[in-house]
Unconditional design. Structure first.
Length: 274
């Protein structure tokens, strides 16, 4: 896997189709996953266009963010840095944590984004009025509470009935990652200064697509409802039978939506249509 260093932290990513002529794509994964989540989708898209999928900070082979920094904010910095490697705007598509991360890239660095696809982004503060400070979870009191919270989190948002950790070593790595994510909970649930708001999303000029799973958590779909109401022309798609991890469980359907959206955006850009 290619890798680089950003402010002292190692960043790794998967790259395919780098010799293809199409508009490139960056795929960002969810919490407690890694770039391999996108393997079948990445391989299919890479038949016609370059596709990169980073390991977000503290995930996969990438290092944690610099000491004391937000995982999500540093993830956005990582993704923007990788997008800068291309000579023109690229398509951004992210799941959950990745969707929230790429929303910030599109907001802060719009010149990098040919389009933005958010698959159930963790932007739960958008469910509250702008003046409300939502409740933020405190960090776990001890290791036992951390482990219990992590298992509950995976059971709710992951793949019920499956062991996603793959052995003791990966389990310990997941705990280290989850601890950082819990310490960063203000950027998932709350409104710290500089948090993205519906008014920011409404000003995005690039095409936007929103995807959720038919059987996912109601609040995940509610976040997309709020964004759809604020972003004129946003395309909304729901994957039948899918839960939160639709790019894993229903990757062919998600691939179809992504490929069709990217092709439409590219064709309109070629015709000079906004």
């Amino acid at each position: 896997m290619p890798e680089t260093e950003l402010r002292g932290a190692r960043v790794t990513w998967r790259a395919e189709g780098m010799d293809k002529p199409g508009v490139p794509v960056l795929l960002a994964h969810c919490s407690l996953a890694h770039s391999g989540l996108w393997k079948p989708i990445q391989a299919a898209l890479a038949q016609t266009r370059p596709v990169i999928a980073p390991d977000l900070p503290a995930h996969g082979r990438s290092d944690p963010p610099p000491e004391g920094e937000s995982t999500q904010l540093f993830a956005a910095e990582v993704c923007a840095t990788l997008a800068e490697r291309f000579d023109s705007p690229i398509h951004l598509a992210g799941l959950s944590l990745g969707g929230a991360t790429l929303s910030r890239v599109a907001w802060k660095r719009p010149e990098l984004a040919a389009s933005l696809t958010m698959i159930e982004p963790v932007l739960f503060h958008l469910l509250h009025p702008p003046h409300v400070q939502p409740e933020v979870l405190p960090p776990p009191a001890d290791d036992a509470e951390l482990e219990a919270d992590m298992r509950a989190f995976v059971g709710q948002w992951g793949a019920p009935g499956r062991d996603p950790f793959g052995g003791p070593e990966r389990f310990e790595a997941a705990k280290r990652c989850f601890r950082l994510l819990r310490e960063d909970n203000a950027w998932v649930m709350g409104r710290p200064p500089g948090q993205i708001e519906l008014s920011d999303l409404a000003r995005l000029a690039m095409p936007v697509m929103l995807i959720d799973g038919e059987t996912t958590e109601a609040r995940a779909s509610a976040v997309l409802d709020a964004i759809q109401g604020a972003v004129p022309g946003a395309r909304r798609r729901t994957i039948p039978g899918a839960g939160h991890l639709s790019p894993v469980s229903h990757w062919r359907e998600v691939l179809g939506e992504l490929a069709g959206f990217f092709d439409d955006v590219d064709a309109r850009a070629a015709r000079g249509v906004a």
